[in-house]
Design a protein. Structure first.
Length: 80
């Protein structure tokens, strides 16, 4: 799991299967993105919901700050 941030927002990159196994795939919003089996869970609702489901506090995860827009902004919006 990797946090991706740009100057405007952030997303947690997680394999789609991992989100499904956590039982929250059906609750991921259209504010998250997906590409090649990875979900980019938006930081306000979707990522915290997933982290709660797996009992993780979100600390200690790798973080990448992108200059300009994060690439995931161009990926397909998630549509459950």
């Amino acid at each position: 799991m990797i946090w991706h941030h740009d100057d405007g927002h952030g997303w947690l990159a997680v394999q789609t299967a991992t989100v499904a196994n956590a039982g929250v795939l059906d609750r991921v919003s259209h504010c998250s993105f997906e590409r090649y089996g990875t979900l980019y869970l938006e930081e306000d609702c979707d990522a915290p919901r997933f982290l709660r489901a797996i009992g993780h506090d979100g600390r200690g995860l790798e973080e990448i700050h992108h200059r300009g827009d994060a690439p995931c902004r161009t990926y397909r919006r998630f549509n459950a």
